[in-house]
Design a protein around this ligand. Structure first.
Ligand code: BV8
Ligand code: ZN
Length: 246
């Protein structure tokens, strides 16, 4: 496979989805037909789902924390970290993944658009999200100590962007700023391992193209927004990325 032409002036914006982590052994959302313990993920990963059954939601995220601890980054993650080291501030990674594998592979110029499995925050007060790798069972759901101190009861929740919740403004701004700065230079947009089903992440390819990007896709099968891509490479991300980027 011919590598993507990337020279001393090229800007590269990468969008990754669950298909990149699948190479490490973490099941994708569509792969499980979008179900977990027969619940639609969109329901469990939602504010309504958390209010309705916080123990179920904390079981979902505790299981995902345990699963993510047991796997490690794959050659696809490593190839993206190498490209970042080569390009510096001409590179940005926007990931939909919450498993932290990109960070463990060395990626730093990264926006975790849907939050992180490894942070917890209060479901009520504005205290800052904090590092948390713990698993919680139904009998011991975590409550906020600061709210408790004020005589209020509030459960802690994963610092994840759920369905129906807005993405963080500073994350979207960081991506928009990178895209605007890439205009007028050679600009490559690369999406990897994503079904293009979840917005606003699925809009990034259109935004990049509107700013002159050449768009590439690496995916196991054609996603919903395949027509938006100039180059489509069907294959596993762990094999394709090192060939495309090194
Ligand atoms: C928002 C955290 C606005 C959770 C996630 C109708 C009703 C209600 C809402 C909506 C609606 N229509 C649209 C919406 C908006 C909604 C949305 O897009 N819903 C979808 C389901 C239709 N979006 C939102 O709600 C977003 N917020 O819009 O707010 C707003 C405005 C005003 C006021 C309030 C709000 C928030 C979206 C974020 C949701 N959170 N994650 C968690 O992870 O626990 S998204 C979640 O799904 C994951 O992050 C994951 O990334 C994503 C699934 O997408 P993919 O990553 O693409 O994974 P998927 O399995 O789908 O695909 C994998 C692909 O990889 C496949 O194509 C496969 O072929 C390929 N693959 C597999 N193996 C490999 C491979 N490729 C290469 N190599 C391999 N080895
Ligand atoms: Zn609180």
């Amino acid at each position: 496979m011919k590598p993507i032409a990337i020279d001393g002036d090229t800007r590269v914006l990468v969008l990754t989805g669950a298909g990149v982590s699948a190479e490490s052994g973490i099941p994708t959302f569509r792969g499980t037909s979008g179900l977990w313990e027969s619940h639609p993920v969109e329901k469990v990963a939602s504010p309504e789902g958390f209010v309705e059954d916080p123990a179920l939601v904390w079981r979902f995220y505790s299981q995902r924390r345990e699963a993510a601890k047991a796997v490690r980054p794959n050659p696809g993650h490593d190839a993206l970290a190498r490209l970042e080291a080569r390009l510096g501030d001409r590179f940005l990674l926007a990931t939909q993944n919450v498993d932290g594998l990109h960070r463990r592979a060395g990626s730093e110029r990264m926006v975790e658009m849907h939050g992180s499995l490894w942070k917890t925050r209060c479901s009520r007060c504005a205290r800052a999200p904090f590092d948390d790798e713990a698993s919680y069972d139904a009998q011991h759901l975590p409550a906020c100590g600061q709210c408790h101190g004020k005589g209020e009861f509030a459960l802690l929740r994963p610092d994840i962007v759920w369905f129906g919740e807005r993405l963080r403004g500073e994350d979207l701004e960081r991506i928009a700023t990178f895209v605007a700065a890439a205009k007028g230079h050679r600009f490559v947009f690369l999406a990897v391992g994503t079904s293009g089903r979840v917005s606003p992440a699925s809009e990034l390819v259109r935004l990049a193209k509107a700013n002159g990007a050449e768009s590439w896709l690496v995916n196991l099968e054609a996603p919903d927004n395949v027509a938006a891509f100039d180059h489509v490479i069907t294959g596993a991300s762990g094999e394709a990325l090192p060939q495309l980027l090194d």
